[in-house]
Design a protein around this ligand. Structure first.
Ligand code: G3P
Ligand code: MG
Length: 331
């Protein structure tokens, strides 16, 4: 596209702003790329301005996501520019990675877990073949369980990405948490403590696609799981939370942005701007981390001056306006 926007930033300027883009509701809506996205990213490439993507979504490796976004956005994108909800899970301790782990999310999450070093990831639908009565609502068992669950124990439950099998996931996860040392089919009587840790890649209650109303995210699943666990045991479930607005995820993203900027663009970063559509996730996270938050009106947030509970530092209509604003600040 033709760059008819007023570009004020000198290409030679010593330090550049760094930009952290949310994806859903900012650059895309479901299968559609928002029209402003193409021009926005072209401008940034032309000006050598470093940017990364920080999404609570997932379900593929960072490499696959980079390839997918390059195709959709018509600009070259590297895996070193991608932080997904589950990206920090590569840092889960090795002793957990060696054990069987229940991976919640689309089937592709199993490959992602393997790429992070998890040696025995398993999906709930594979567990059904071990004892179909564990979830007695499936007419046909389609998948084999690769491990002997009569002998081996679980090391963790990891929520990787939005699941379309909430019922069986919650049932089996609760079974594992209440088991004796992670051995599925056993039970602590009385319940003493959560047998294995639980990790979550994100906790957004809602996210935005091209349906008029926002959709349930992993935060909705988390509420259902936590409530049922409390009902069963009388105790709260302990969750190790990643994704925006958690600080661990922002530390991860900051390091990535700085490395990308130095290694690929040879640029130092002045200020970091975070562009998002979800006040309780993107704006809260950026504000807490000391980044300049910019809220767009194309996603979860749609109308109004600013969010009342989690106000952004700047509010604009869309992603192109966010970059125009950043350029006006950095000149
Ligand atoms: O499933 C996607 C959703 O959780 C949020 O994605 O890009 O708005 O952080 P994003
Ligand atoms: Mg979003």
């Amino acid at each position: 596209p033709k760059l008819d926007v007023n570009i004020n930033l000198e290409v030679t300027k010593h330090k550049k702003p760094g930009i952290v883009f949310d994806i859903d509701g900012v650059l895309v809506k479901g299968k559609n790329v928002l029209p402003e996205t193409f021009k926005t990213l072209k401008i940034l490439d032309t000006l050598h301005i470093p940017y990364i993507f920080l999404t609570n979504g997932g379900g593929k490796t960072e490499k696959k996501k980079a390839q997918e976004l390059s195709k959709r956005f018509h600009v070259p994108i590297r895996e070193e520019q991608i932080v997904l909800g589950h990206s920090p899970m590569r840092n889960v301790p090795d002793e957990i990675k060696k054990k069987i782990t229940l991976i919640i999310g689309p089937d592709t999450c199993k490959e992602v877990a393997k790429s992070y070093g998890f040696e025995k990831p398993v999906l709930s639908k594979e567990i059904l073949s071990w004892k179909p009565e564990i979830w007695p609502f499936e007419d046909q068992i389609m998948f084999d369980c690769p491990y002997d669950l009569d002998k081996e124990s679980f090391g963790a439950v990891l929520m990787f990405s939005d699941s379309c099998t909430w019922g069986q996931d919650i049932q089996i996860a609760c079974d594992i948490f209440r088991s004796q040392n992670g051995k599925l089919g056993t039970q602590q009587v009385p319940y003493v403590k959560q047998a294995v840790p639980c990790y979550f890649a994100a906790a957004d209650l809602l996210w935005s696609n091209n349906f008029p109303l926002s959709r349930f995210g992993q935060g909705a699943f988390k509420i259902a799981l936590s409530k049922l666990f409390k009902e069963l045991t009388g105790k709260p479930i302990e969750i190790i939370q990643f994704g925006k607005p958690e600080k661990t995820t922002y530390d991860f993203a900051k390091e990535l942005l700085e490395k990308f900027s130095k290694n690929y663009l040879n640029e130092e970063i002045s200020n970091v701007y975070a562009v998002g559509d979800n006040p309780s996730v993107d704006i809260l996270g950026a504000n807490n981390y000391g980044w300049h938050s910019i809220l767009v009106r194309t996603g979860v947030f749609k109308t109004g001056e600013n969010d009342k509970i989690y106000p952004a530092k700047t509010v604009v209509n869309n992603v192109l306006d966010s970059v125009k604003f950043i350029l006006s600040q950095e000149n």
